[in-house]
Design a protein around this ligand. Structure first.
Ligand code: FES
Ligand code: FE2
Length: 361
């Protein structure tokens, strides 16, 4: 193949799709543990006000967090484990959005509760996370799942990146920043950069649309893995649009999964969630250490993204190089396909071919 190293089309897609938020998709909303029984909380997700709660039987639910009457945040009202009561005039809503009471209305006045509904969102809870679906598809499939250890959530942390979703996800598929951004004694040093060759395959299911770095022996410069899993693991990494990266590392006996999911708060802020699962004995004791390490790591990514955002404010020309930026190319290519398929009312087609990429990191 004699393609030039970078082409105008690549960056055109990147510019024209930057900040576009994909719908008909699951987004990670909150870790399960953050939503306790009989309580509700407000989240702004994709620019929409969302009330997330858990009823007294333990089921998570989500409603649009604005009262159909005058717009008050319903999450500011009371919740008895079954119905949400608006704090302004006391209209009540069941967790499925049915209005059950309008205190001000006489029997012969309109509207009556049966005339009113609060908008609901589809919710999926599993593997320690609550996901919310944004879209109208009656068959949304499932949100991304870690392949093993789903019940073994070790810890969750999240951080807000002051940027759009595309900037926030950029580091998740970038293989070349580790030695510079995550420069740290325990992790990697710049001296340990060497050539990598990795095989990639397309993921072409409705609820797994992206690509996978095929299972391979983790590089010998992954010291953190060696320390944590006690040996060099086999690793597989999947990226699924819109915004989830799943890494699975296994030494056979010991396993680790990391799930990173980016959820737009609005056009200029993105919450980056990181959930970690493992079955290493004594792992619970390591939690504080792992948490502080993961937080530091995520903050290094956040700062790298902020530096990029600061430069991009001047609209500089940018480029995508081969092969280190190939996954970023794929991301925009699939994002384009996601939007085109939706506007044409057809299923998405993944046109990535199985490929081997070579870079130094
Ligand atoms: S604003 Fe909610 S009851 Fe009036
Ligand atoms: Fe990173």
């Amino acid at each position: 193949m004699n393609e030039p190293n970078h082409t105008a089309t690549d960056t055109e897609d990147r510019t024209s799709l930057a900040g576009v938020i994909l719908r008909e998709a699951w987004y990670f909303a909150a870790p399960s543990q953050a939503i306790t029984g009989g309580k509700t909380t407000h989240k702004t997700l994709l620019g929409e006000p969302v009330l997330i709660g858990r009823d007294k039987s333990g089921n998570a639910f989500a409603l649009r967090d604005t009262c159909p009457h005058a717009g008050t945040l319903l999450s500011r009202g009371r919740f008895d484990g079954q119905e949400v009561e608006c704090p302004y005039h006391g209209w009540r809503f069941a967790t499925d959005g049915r209005c059950t009471l309008i205190p001000s209305q006489t029997k012969d006045q309109r509207p009556q509760p049966a005339d009113i509904r609060a908008q609901t969102y589809r919710v999926h809870e599993g593997q320690g996370g609550i996901w919310v679906y944004f879209g109208v598809s009656p068959t949304p499939g499932l949100p991304p799942q870690v392949p093993v250890l789903g019940e073994k959530l070790g810890l969750h942390l999240s951080m807000i990146f002051e940027c759009n979703i595309d900037m926030a996800v950029s580091g998740l598929m970038d293989p070349a920043h580790g030695a510079f951004v995550h420069r740290s004694a325990i992790w990697r040093t710049q001296k340990s950069i060497y050539e990598k060759r990795k095989a990639f395959s397309p993921l072409d299911a409705q609820d797994m649309f992206g690509w996978r770095m095929d299972r391979h022996q983790a590089s010998s410069n992954s010291r953190a893995y060696r320390l944590f899993l006690g040996g060099a693991p086999q690793t597989e990494i999947s990226y699924m649009l819109p915004s989830t990266r799943i890494e699975h590392a296994s030494t056979g006996k010991y396993q680790y999964c990391g799930l990173t999911a980016c959820t737009p708060i609005d056009a200029g802020r993105t919450e980056v969630h990181h959930a970690m699962y493992w079955n290493v004995p004594g792992g619970a004791l390591l939690k504080p250490l792992v948490r502080s390490f993961a937080r530091r790591f995520l903050d290094q990514d956040r700062r790298a993204v902020m530096d990029m955002v600061a430069g991009l404010q001047f609209n500089p020309p940018t480029m995508l190089v081969r092969d280190a930026d190939q996954q970023t190319r794929w991301y925009y290519k699939l994002k384009r396909e996601w939007l085109t398929a939706a506007s044409e009312g057809r299923t998405r087609r993944n046109q990535i071919a199985p490929t081997t990429l070579t870079w130094r990191s």
